[in-house]
Design a protein around this ligand. Structure first.
Ligand code: ADP
Ligand code: DP6
Ligand code: CO
Length: 331
């Protein structure tokens, strides 16, 4: 018997214009278009293989066989590929996160982009990257953008087939990001639950949707002009607007911790000293700082001197998802 094992790697991405809210929860169609930077420091490696004799899919994450709920989530995602490819064979998924899981560091983005890239090959679908991005979207919205590297836009689209990602710039102009890990514990409220509560209850949500469209337009102009300062200003403002919507939800909630605020204040202070750097945050307490690659070491040093227990992690620009191995081994 021949065992075909396909391994793919996908990097995380951090949104500069956030995706926060679905207009269709089943198809993962977003309320607004978003834009991100793919990071090379954080990624997921996922291997898939067929289980011809099994009645169930198997999902192993970081060496641990996952419980039924996680298993079912993965199976529903695999079904998209099985249905499109016209097969019913069960599949084994073995994944390793080189990023903390469910801590607001975008593990779901690298996870589903890696799994989708692997399944695209295993099932023989071999879809182009744009089409693949519409498939991985249905595992986790942010994964749509991890199919590509650099600055990536996820166009909200009009339906499931055109809500896809595209690279708009390779970000090879002195761009980097620092991550300050405030806490890498698993969050209490997943991104999925947090955005749903916000859409359904936040008084500020309509304003968010209106602002996100404007911010996206402006940030694309800043990127086209390679205007780092403008890029940073729009990034910082957009992220805070997203977090503002959560305070308007019922019940109100926040992903912030006390140290989060101290880090944000420090970033503002560093900028005041003449080193341009701008913060953004996702659904978690950790802070990401957009900076020029050539100034990253200097900014990192100041942050690490100030927060020696929470050493920052440097990341350059990441590439899109790709296949690592394609091993056919005889048994
Ligand atoms: P994050 O901020 O890390 O993206 P989310 O709440 O969006 O947090 O998503 C975390 C969830 O993503 C996990 O609970 C798990 O269901 C899924 N996930 C994370 N890593 C993997 C992986 N390598 N393979 C499959 N699913 C994963
Ligand atoms: C704050 O993609 O994790 O990071 O689509 O429900 O899986 P699901 O949510 P997810 O949400 C990401 C939210 C965010 C902003 C962003 O990445 O754009
Ligand atoms: Co996520």
């Amino acid at each position: 018997m021949t065992e075909k094992r396909i391994t793919a790697r996908a990097h995380t991405n951090i949104a500069l214009i956030k995706y926060w809210g679905k207009r269709d929860e089943k198809l993962f169609l977003p309320m607004n278009s978003s834009l991100s930077l793919t990071l090379d420091a954080f990624y997921t490696d996922t291997t898939t293989s067929f289980l011809p004799e099994s009645q169930e899919d198997i999902f192993i994450l970081n060496g641990v066989t996952q419980e039924k709920k996680e298993q079912e989530k993965i199976s529903a995602f695999i079904d998209l590929f099985r249905e499109a490819a016209g097969i019913s064979t069960k599949i084994k998924v073995e994944s390793t996160n080189h990023v903390p899981t469910a801590a607001g560091l975008a593990s779901s983005a690298s996870a589903f982009a890696a799994l989708g890239t692997s399944l695209n090959e295993l099932t023989g679908m071999k879809m182009d990257k744009t089409t693949l991005s519409t498939f991985v979207r249905q595992g986790s919205g942010s994964a749509t953008r991890s199919i590509f590297g650099g600055f990536v836009e996820w166009d909200m689209g009009t339906n499931s087939f055109d809500s896809c990602a595209k690279q708009i710039d390779d970000a090879s102009w002195d761009i980097a990001m620092l991550t300050i890990p405030v806490s890498t514990d698993k969050k209490k409220l997943s991104s999925r639950e947090g955005m749903k509560l916000t859409v359904e209850t936040s008084a500020f949500y309509p304003a968010w949707v209106a602002q996100a469209g404007k911010d996206l337009h402006m940030i694309k102009e800043a990127i086209a002009a390679k205007d780092f300062i403008r890029l940073g200003e729009i990034t910082e403002a957009n992220g805070m607007k997203m977090h503002g919507t959560m305070l308007g939800a019922i019940p109100p909630f926040s992903y912030w911790e006390p140290l989060t605020v101290k880090v944000l204040q420090k970033v503002t202070e560093i900028r005041g000293q003449g080193l341009p750097c701008y913060y953004t945050m996702d659904a978690g307490p950790n802070v990401k700082v957009l900076c020029r690659k050539s100034q990253a070491a200097e900014i990192k040093q100041i942050l690490d001197d100030t927060f020696p227990e929470n050493l920052s992690i440097f990341s350059g620009v990441g590439q899109g998802a790709y296949l690592l191995t394609d091993i056919e081994k005889g048994r």
